[in-house]
Design a protein around this ligand. Structure first.
Ligand code: ADP
Ligand code: MG
Length: 239
């Protein structure tokens, strides 16, 4: 099947330069994108058999380290899409501090993402930090604690607070995910997003933005923070 026909059948609309091809199965993660076998194992264990359309297209785009906007309806599996992308990039225990950050608009969502990621990293030494008041305080007291985590899941306010107090080092972050970007904008978190971006000083930073809707505020933000972005739009069932 041609790529174009495959995408059409799954209602995936994609635009941009040199767009990487979609995956048709989770097996392709290992076969074509050098994912470690544990990822496939844990996907099976937790009952994920087939990628959803947003996962098919956004994971290979992320693996190629492209900036992108992913627009797909609620319930379409955006969380697993960005968690897989992160797991491809952050698999070793380098002890060098955060290499990936997920910013989520609410604590409840951040907690769900954290639990999802804990499942996917079962049996691995990847350390995931859910930034709460309590462990932000613990990290403030003990700088060594900040080095032990690989991936950070946080709300914008909590992270900005930590940055301003010198408690979060984002200089090694290679992947920044903004989840529910529409909600981040609605809640007025643009300033916080800017501050987080300024703290991600690596020249090799990849940015992805996930959203169920694409208001102009989100388009505008994407335009100002991304380099040569790819845009992935997954249609609804009867769109
Ligand atoms: P979204 O963020 O797009 O609103 P979620 O990431 O919260 O959606 O996923 C919605 C539900 O779909 C969750 O229960 C999740 O576990 C499930 N899900 C995600 N990907 C798959 C998949 N590939 N196969 C089966 N279920 C999936
Ligand atoms: Mg979501």
């Amino acid at each position: 099947e041609e790529v174009a026909a495959f995408l059409k059948r799954h209602r995936v609309n994609v635009s941009g330069t040199d767009v990487p091809h979609p995956i048709k199965s989770f097996e392709m993660l290992c076969k074509e994108h050098k994912f470690q076998p544990f990822v496939l194992r844990n996907l099976k264990t937790f009952g994920f058999k087939q990628p959803t359309p947003i996962q098919m297209q956004s994971v290979p785009v992320a693996v190629h380290r492209r900036d992108f906007i992913a627009n797909a309806p609620t319930g379409s599996g955006k969380t697993l899409a960005f968690l897989l992308s992160i797991l491809h990039q952050v698999h070793s225990e380098e002890k060098s501090g955060y290499r990936a950050v997920v910013v989520s608009p609410t604590r409840e969502l951040a907690t769900q993402i954290y639990e999802h990621l804990r499942n996917l990293t079962t049996g691995r030494k990847v350390k995931v930090c859910l930034m709460t008041k309590a462990n932000a305080a613990a990290q403030a007291q003990d700088p060594a604690m900040r080095q032990k985590y690989d991936i950070l899941i946080t709300t914008p306010m909590r992270l900005v607070h930590a940055i301003q107090n010198g408690e979060a080092d984002l200089s090694r972050v290679r992947s920044l995910v903004l989840d529910e970007a529409d909600s981040l904008m609605e809640k007025g978190f643009l300033e916080q997003v800017d501050e987080i971006l300024s703290a991600c000083t690596s020249t090799n930073l990849q940015i992805s933005l996930y959203s169920a809707t694409m208001p102009s505020s989100v388009e505008q933000m994407a335009k100002t923070i991304m380099k040569d972005p790819i845009r992935i739009i997954v249609g609804t069932q009867n769109a």
